[in-house]
Design a protein around this ligand. Structure first.
Ligand code: GMT
Length: 387
């Protein structure tokens, strides 16, 4: 049996997907006996308080009148270096390149001979938006090149990273994963559904951080078209910049009685199974973890054919794909999913099956573990990773 590792995981603590993936990975690795140290400016919600193998390190940033922008990346690098000296971490795993990959690099430079190896996982806008911005491009490219191992959550993101940053190194694909016991159709129950829909009505849902990229107004427009043909209601879960515009559109379209905004919710594994269709019409998703969570609960997904979403949702099997912004086309597909109960049942089974077969947590944690071991074995010679 291989010896347990001491791992540092760096992540953003938000409700967004990269923090969720990092936290779930950390907890799963701890269950396997590794010592896991999580670094963030706030405790991510999915990190337990009392796990003997999980330590949370809160990164505090000192404010000072001279600083218009307190340098979080430096505070993080310092915390990493101090912890490495105290406990001797084997490897730092950065989730979302900016600024984590650079803080990990700084830590390695500070520590010298016994420095940890660095793995960076790219999640999406760290590459497609922020990373390509002039103010971040060179440092993102540098920190990717300096990492001992780089992974992306979909083929699409890996390809795009290699192209956009003209990398002469390979970005490995390790897709996101799902705990198919926690996200399970068995949590569907009539009493919970009855809080949202009446007899014979379908429940359509959307969960996101309501940013521009999610195109939440499209969700409402698709629902608007759908409700003329299928008896249904819409649940909007989450919060973010487009929450108020979304509420305003619901008012304009006279849908107040049919649409409920729940705000941020932690009981997603209980909520999702109550849905009949999950709608994610994003302009871009590197992966679309929210879609996978719905699929594991036996809920078919209507998504846009953007980024890594076609790698998650199989057209006609686990849901449907439409072109970004094509409200009419997507409304038609939503009808196709809901109008025939036999078809809906097949889609439900197909969604669950795909989540179980392609993205099971245990198998993908195995892949991360072997990737760590490869990285640790590969760069035994200190010079191999000096600039
Ligand atoms: O990149 C972002 O927008 C934020 C990031 C996050 O931290 O939530 O989301 C990305 O990572 C998720 C987990 O890997 C993916 O499921 C999301 O598709 C991806 N978001 C985008 O690409 C817009």
């Amino acid at each position: 049996m291989e010896s347990p590792l001491k791992l540092g995981i760096l992540c953003h603590p938000t409700f967004g997907g990269s923090g969720v993936v990092a936290s779930e990975l950390g907890v799963a690795l701890a269950q396997r006996g590794h010592s896991v140290h999580i670094f963030s400016h706030r405790r991510p919600i999915r990190i337990p308080l009392d796990h003997p193998k999980v330590t949370f390190h809160e990164v505090e940033v000192t404010t000072y009148p001279l600083f218009k922008y307190p340098p979080y990346a430096l505070s993080l690098a310092t915390k990493l270096a101090v912890t490495c000296k105290e406990v001797g971490l084997d490897l730092l795993h950065s989730h979302y390149a900016i600024p984590h990959a650079m803080s990990a690099y700084l830590c390695r430079q500070m520590i010298g001979e016994y420095a940890p190896k660095i793995v960076t996982t790219l999640h999406g806008t760290d590459i497609t938006l922020l990373g390509l911005d002039d103010s971040f491009f060179e440092i993102t490219r540098f920190s990717i090149l300096q990492s001992d191992g780089v992974t992306a959550v979909s083929q699409d993101l890996a390809r795009q990273t290699e192209e956009d940053f003209q990398l002469d190194r390979k970005v490995e694909v390790i897709p996101n994963f799902i705990d198919t016991e926690r996200f399970h159709p068995k949590n569907r129950n009539p009493e919970c559904r009855a809080r949202f829909v009446g007899e014979g009505e379908y429940l359509v849902g959307h969960v996101s951080n309501f940013r521009e990229v999610k195109r939440v107004l499209d969700v409402i427009r698709i629902f608007h078209g759908l409700h003329y043909h299928v008896p249904c209601r819409l649940l909007m879960v989450g919060d973010g910049p487009l929450l108020e515009p979304a509420k305003a559109l619901v008012g304009e379209l006279g849908l107040q009685e049919k649409v409920e905004f729940l705000g941020l919710k932690e009981n997603i594994p209980q909520l999702l199974p109550q849905l009949d269709l999950f709608v994610l019409p994003s302009a871009y998703e590197s992966f679309g973890l929210a879609a996978l969570e719905a699929m594991a609960c036996g809920v078919p997904v209507l998504a846009s054919r953007a980024g890594g979403l076609p790698e998650v949702v199989e057209e006609g099997q686990s849901g449907f794909l439409g072109e970004v912004g094509d409200i009419e086309g997507m409304t038609f597909k939503a009808r196709e999913a809901l109008e025939d109960p036999r078809r809906l049942q097949l889609l439900r089974t197909g969604a669950r099956h795909r989540a179980e077969q392609i993205f099971p947590q245990d198998r993908i944690i195995d892949t991360y573990e072997s990737f760590y071991r490869q990285v640790l074995e590969k760069s035994q010679i200190p010079n191999e990773r000096t600039p």
